[in-house]
Ligand binder design. Structure first.
Ligand code: GAL
Length: 653
């Protein structure tokens, strides 16, 4: 059964409202409610004094209404009494300023008092609710990601570094501390990166980011293990967040959760939102190894660029089914009922301030009905499958967020999103692979590698084998530059990929913003260029202007049974699309459906086909054969007309 529901905060409301909540949830076909995410101060109003009566009544009510519960541990927001009792457990920024309560996410995950308090409340919840019949899953914490640079963090960081590097000589070598007299002669000299005079050491910063991800993960694992001990049959997860700030390496975390749960709030309000949704769904599916769960998205108004943006009718349904098409086991929202106060008082909800007599609640009712009808088909269909993958690597992203880089326009996330976007627009199904975590590159026919700055020897060898065995590899600039600890691979860029690409880059020529320059094959490029020397590769396009005029810009190398392309500059979306489509064609990878009208997106899961019309006018889609409507079982023939802004789901016969 597909999940449908979201964050439910009855602690914000008088008990009279709870009965209406359950009645409305039933009306909308809600199957699950996430309860207790920020309820610590209601559950433990004073240290060691617990009030579970209200939560008992909430869970029983939901259970009586046939609604399951994702029960959260409330550890993302310790109560004010905790701050006063343990000021040392409040997070300290790089500038040395210690924060205090008054918002949320104010804790230091390395502080022993915080850890003890988090274990304490999680254990109480486990003891009381681990066998509650409504319990569908545990939702540990909320969006792990809090950064702290305090002394407790410093101690934990040193322990992590000792484990990783073994001795100080190895650390000094790995961090190149001979640069700017940073050599450490005692572990006690090492702190988290803190406010300093000028550029910090990039290896220090990157190790800290890796440490922080692991440290937050250990906080999760501690809670998970005690919840699991209380009832090993209940799945345990925590909600990952996707967006421009991400403190943890989700590809690593994914193996520690029973199901990958993801919060996704597309920032774009135009067609970009569809592309973001597809990106989020494909990436989450990669983390989850085929399946995942959309834990939060906004039903309607979201805060974007300084003002809230309302979703037009149908968008909630279209995007929600978009996540489901891409492997989500349901659609869940932040949040059920819009709050009367608090910091996010205007954030949208399925039940808005206006009440259930509102377009959003009516759309929710329709969506609940559709999800119910789709459930059995999705259960049979299995995940969508793709023959093309794009690489994703959080440490490469982090490394490219640092200072000391050759251009201020370097944007890892944008480069990966561009690769995915042009494949999406080309109607080519796409997966993700995680070469920093696993060298298993699957049996993809084509892999696109944007800005994979850090590459281990093992990953480089895996890419080589992949191409030698017939794979098609498209490598973008700023890939293969450094070892995982940020030390440059010498002898010419892109170090890790030089042999498989048959090129050697001897100089970078970053370009000023806003300037486009032509290549000799008619494509236009911007932001970046390089002096590429071929060493076996053929040149597909050359630079035409400036000192690089006549030099290779895009190349292709035949290597074993496969081929590897190198793109040394930033192509336009259209240009990159043309290149990737030609590679896909050569690799024998076809679009999801032939002849799809431009605004229609198709996602195929076995014989189940989702057709999303992101345009305004109705569109007619030719099918590969006769189909039946997945919701009604009615014959649809071999064409389907999808209303503007609508979604059709059919089963091919
Ligand atoms: C999420 C968070 C929710 C809520 C939401 C607002 O990231 O988990 O608690 O704050 O954002 O968009």
């Amino acid at each position: 059964m597909l999940f449908f529901g979201g964050d439910y905060n009855p602690e914000q409301w008088p008990e009279e409202v709870w009965a209406e909540d359950v009645a409305l949830m039933r009306q909308a076909g809600v199957t699950i409610a996430t309860v207790g995410v920020f309820a610590w101060s209601n559950l433990e109003p004073e240290p060691g004094h617990y009030e579970f009566g209200w939560l008992d009544r909430v869970l029983d009510r939901l259970h009586d209404g046939g609604i399951r519960v994702a029960l959260a541990t409330p550890t993302a927001s310790p109560p004010p009494w905790f701050t006063l009792a343990h000021p040392e457990a409040m997070p300290v920024g790089a500038d040395g300023v210690r924060l205090t309560h008054g918002s949320r996410d104010t804790y230091c995950v390395s502080a022993p008092a915080y850890r003890a308090a988090a274990r304490g409340i999680a254990a109480k919840l486990a003891e009381r609710y681990a066998n509650h019949p409504a319990l569908a899953m545990w939702h540990v914490h909320n969006e792990y990601g809090t950064d702290c640079r305090c002394d407790a963090t410093a101690a934990a960081f040193r322990a992590w570094l000792q484990k990783k590097h073994g001795d100080l000589d190895a650390l000094n070598e790995s961090w190149t501390t001979a640069f700017w007299s940073q050599r450490y002669s005692d572990w006690a000299q090492i702190t988290p990166p803190r406010a300093t005079q000028y550029l910090p050491n990039p290896a220090h910063v990157l190790d800290f980011r890796r440490f922080l991800s692991d440290e937050l993960l250990s906080g999760y694992v501690e809670q998970r293990d005690l919840l699991r001990a209380a009832n090993p049959d209940v799945p345990i997860t925590t909600n990952f967040v996707q967006g421009g700030w991400v403190s943890v390496d989700h590809a690593r975390w994914a193996t520690e959760v029973d199901l990958v749960a993801v919060d996704h709030y597309p920032a774009a309000t135009d067609a970009g939102a569809e592309e973001e949704t597809a990106f989020a769904g494909d990436l989450a599916r990669g983390w989850g190894g085929g399946s995942w769960l959309l834990m939060e998205t906004a039903p309607n108004l979201i805060y974007t660029s300084g003002r809230m943006h309302a979703k037009e009718p149908g968008r909630l349904t279209r995007h929600s089914l978009g996540y489901v098409a891409r492997g989500s086991g349901g659609a869940m929202y932040f949040q059920w009922r819009q709050p009367r106060g608090g910091a996010e008082l205007f954030h949208s909800a399925l039940v808005p301030h206006a009440g259930p007599d509102s377009p959003i609640f009516r759309e929710a009712v329709g969506l609940g009905r559709r999800l119910r009808a789709l459930s059995p088909h999705v259960a049979e269909a299995g995940p969508p499958s793709a023959r093309i993958a794009v690489t994703w690597d959080a440490p490469s992203w982090w490394a490219l967020q640092g200072g000391g880089l050759p251009s201020a326009d370097i944007d890892y996330l944008a480069a990966v999103q561009q690769a995915h976007r042009v494949l999406f627009r080309s109607k080519l199904a796409t997966d993700f692979v995680f070469p920093g975590v696993s060298t298993d590159l699957g049996d993809y026919r084509m892999i696109v590698v944007p800005h994979l700055y850090l590459v281990s020897d093992e990953a480089a060898a895996a890419f080589r084998d992949y191409v030698a065995n017939g794979g098609r590899l498209v490598v973008g600039y700023l890939s293969g530059i450094a070892e995982p600890d940020t030390r440059i691979r010498l002898g010419g860029y892109p170090g890790a990929f030089r042999d498989v690409l048959g090129v050697r880059v001897v100089e970078w020529h970053p370009q000023p913003p806003g300037v486009e320059f032509p290549l000799d094959n008619g494509e236009r490029a911007s932001r970046w260029s390089e002096r590429v020397e071929t060493a076996g590769a053929e040149t597909l396009a050359r630079y035409t202007a400036g000192v690089l005029a006549g030099a290779p810009a895009v190349t292709r190398n035949r290597y074993g049974a496969g081929s590897a392309w190198y793109v040394s500059t930033a192509l336009t979306d259209d240009g990159l699309g043309r290149l990737l489509r030609s590679v896909a064609e050569e690799a024998g990878v076809a679009p999801v459906l032939p002849g799809l009208p431009a605004p229609v997106e198709a996602v195929r899961r076995g014989d189940l086909l989702f057709l999303f019309n992101h345009g305004i006018a109705a569109a007619t889609v030719p099918l590969p054969g006769p189909a039946v409507d997945a919701a009604t079982g009615r014959d649809r023939g071999d064409t389907v007309t999808v209303q503007g802004g609508g979604v059709a789901t059919v089963r091919l016969r």
